[in-house]
Design a protein. Sequence first.
Length: 135
Amino acid sequence: MKEVLAKRIKILETAETTPFLRDIELEACRRDVLYFFDNYLYTDRNTNLFTGDEASKIPFIPFDFQRELITEIRKSIISGTKPIDKREDLTNVFIEKSRQMGVSWIVMGIFLYGFLFHNHKYLVISQKEEDVDKI
C-alpha cells in the first residue's frame, strides 16, 4: 500500500510541475480505464479485508476479478452489448454479485472515467437494500 501511495504522489507532483507530462498522464488515463483505476481512484477501507494501520481512504487497487469486470463493462459500453446478460434489451446490464465485492464502486469509477475522458452521460438508479436483498 505504501508503494502504491508513493507512486501516486510522485505522478501527481510531476504532473503539477511539468505540463507536458501532465498531458501525457491525461492521455494515458483517456486511453486506458485500468490505468485510471490503478493510479487515481480511492475507496473506503474495507474492514473485512484490511485491519490495522491503514487509513480510512485507500487507493482502489482492483483484484484480478475486478479488473476483468472493469474491462468487460467498459467494452459493453463501447460496443453497446451486455457483458453478462445476452438478451437483446441493451438498457440493463445484469451483474450477479455478493456484497462487499466493489461492484458499485467499479461502476461509479467507470462512469467517472467516461464522464471525464469521453464526454459520456449516464443514468444511475439505485434501490434500497431491503428491496434488493429480498426475493
